[in-house]
Design a protein around this ligand. Structure first.
Ligand code: 6MZ
Length: 362
């Protein structure tokens, strides 16, 4: 594992509320248990359960959201999630989250996102670069300027960019509200939109107006595509030409053909696919076919907390299951630079980070 941890990595598919430490969830559950809002022992059992069907995963998210949806907790989990990824040498992460509204505690989608950004500012273990360089001002607190620690050694740095998720339970209007918010928050590192949520809920046409608007406004788009069989959706999603798609599991022959022709990069989440039994066994995972076809791919965690994994673990699993060596895996991670939603300056810096690491690791 040590090598996979020490290697620089890029995470492009991580849901904030799916990436929370179990210890934090249990602590939050205990507090709500003491207040009599939940029954702790019931919830503890659900949090610690290992294998879950896809349907059970979405029930768990409803529970997690009860535990986490207040401003202070959103700030805390954001800080912890970024620190956890940074501690395993993730050098660039696009963290996605669904902006939430909860009138009873005065939470709007905007204030939810402000709490997320507060979490990025609260990270102490590593320098966080989240303000796009074209938005940062000379006197802003853009942490890139604090890159040198007091003792003269370089501090570790992680780039964080944000994607706002549209939940498939949402209406066209709610989806549009999220897109407008993303546009307003571009100067705080929001670079794109994700369509996610329970794949058996909702219809593509509901989200299309908001996604089209987002695309017209220059936001990047990634779609959960083919997580369950859905012949009505996969081709229209590919026709939409998102910048990336997630999962791509249940594709028919024609859909594979179109995906490969389009060269849309695929975010691959191995542990998630296996644990939810979307794929029965790792040796028949479509990673192999796409990798052999040199299709653009990036390994991701999906929900590191919910599926008890880490990005280093995903690299370890892929290497062992598909017989790929350290050099191939390093290249796979490095290729991710091409698919990120940040600007050329960030890409150039990542190229240098990987070049330097290649020299050190060889
Ligand atoms: C589809 C998923 C997902 O947004 O509250 N989410 N959507 N497929 C998946 N595969 C397992 N895993 C997570 O993070 C949790 C939300 O992300 C989406 C779901 O909408 C879930 O409620 P946030 O931070």
């Amino acid at each position: 594992m040590e090598w996979w941890v020490s290697m620089p990595k890029i995470e492009l598919h991580a849901h904030l509320n799916g990436s929370i430490r179990d210890s934090t969830l249990l602590e939050l559950a205990r507090v709500l248990g003491e207040k009599g809002i939940i029954v702790f022992s019931d919830v503890e059992h659900v949090i610690m359960k290992n294998d879950r069907s896809l349907g059970e995963v979405f029930k768990l998210f409803d529970l997690i959201h009860i535990l986490t949806t207040d401003h202070k907790t959103v700030t805390r989990i954001t800080k912890e999630v970024v620190e956890d990824f940074a501690s395993e040498n993730v050098v660039y992460i696009e963290l996605r989250t669904t902006p939430k509204k909860n009138d009873s505690i005065g939470m709007s989608k905007r204030s939810y996102m402000e709490a997320v950004v507060e979490g990025l500012r609260a990270v102490t273990s590593v320098d966080v670069d989240f303000v796009p360089h074209n938005f940062s001002t000379q006197d802003s607190l853009n942490p890139i300027v604090m890159n040198d620690a007091c003792d003269g050694t370089k501090r570790k740095k992680i780039y964080v960019r944000l994607l706002l998720s549209i939940d498939r339970r949402e209406t066209t209007e709610a989806a549009m509200e999220t897109v407008k918010l993303a546009l307003e928050l571009r100067d705080l590192g929001v670079v794109g939109i994700d369509l996610s949520g329970n794949p058996v809920v909702g219809e593509w046409n509901t989200f299309l107006p908001a996604l089209t608007f987002a695309q017209e406004q220059g936001l990047y788009i990634t779609l959960h595509c083919g997580e369950v069989p859905n012949r009505k959706e996969v081709l229209p999603m590919l026709d939409f030409l998102p910048q990336r798609i997630g999962h791509a599991i249940f594709f028919e022959e024609e859909e594979w053909r179109q995906l490969k022709t389009s060269k849309i990069p695929v975010e691959i989440c191995l542990t998630s696919n296996i644990k939810t039994e979307s794929i029965s066994s790792i040796d028949i995972h479509h990673f192999v076919d796409l990798y052999n076809a040199k299709h653009p791919l990036v390994l991701c965690t999906d929900d590191a907390g919910v599926f008890s994994t880490s990005l280093s673990n995903e690299y370890n699993i892929a290497s062992a299951a598909f017989g790929l060596g350290k050099r191939e895996m390093f290249e796979l991670a490095q290729n991710g630079i091409d698919f990120i939603f940040a600007g050329d300056e960030v890409k150039q810096d990542l190229v240098e980070i990987f070049d330097l690491a290649a020299k050190k690791l060889n």
